[in-house]
Design a binder for this molecule. Structure first.
Ligand SMILES: [Zn+2]
Length: 114
């Protein structure tokens, strides 16, 4: 089993197994903006340590057997949206509309059979 050397801010260099290291990649719409970190519990002082990682560090940790936890971009972020952002007037219109409508689904759902 591979030994991974990492540095704890309190203890200095420590040896870890791949199971003791966690890699997390929070995906962004553009891969270059994804946020990558690796983390471990220090075997000496038991503090949790998390550090940023570039693509090369992630690749090396994966090749050593560390499992990557990927946090995907929500599907909504990839949707195409038209029009401007909602403003206060839009929100007030919605609140006024909600005050006079009890059955929202009937008004919002597409009409059936048309
Ligand atoms: Zn430590």
């Amino acid at each position: 089993m591979a030994t991974i050397k990492a540095t704890c801010p309190m203890c200095g260099d420590v040896d870890l197994t791949p199971r003791q290291v966690r890699v997390r990649v929070v995906e962004a719409l553009e891969e270059s903006h994804s946020r990558r970190t690796y983390a471990f519990g220090c075997p000496t002082c038991h503090e949790d340590v998390e550090k940023p990682a570039d693509e090369e560090v992630v690749r090396l940790l994966v090749s050593a057997g560390v499992v990557v936890h990927r946090v995907p971009v929500p599907a909504e972020a990839r949707e195409r949206h038209d029009g401007g952002p909602l403003g206060y007037d839009d929100l007030l219109d919605l609140v006024l509309w909600l005050e006079t409508h009890d059955a929202i689904v009937e008004d919002v759902a597409p009409a059936r059979g048309r």
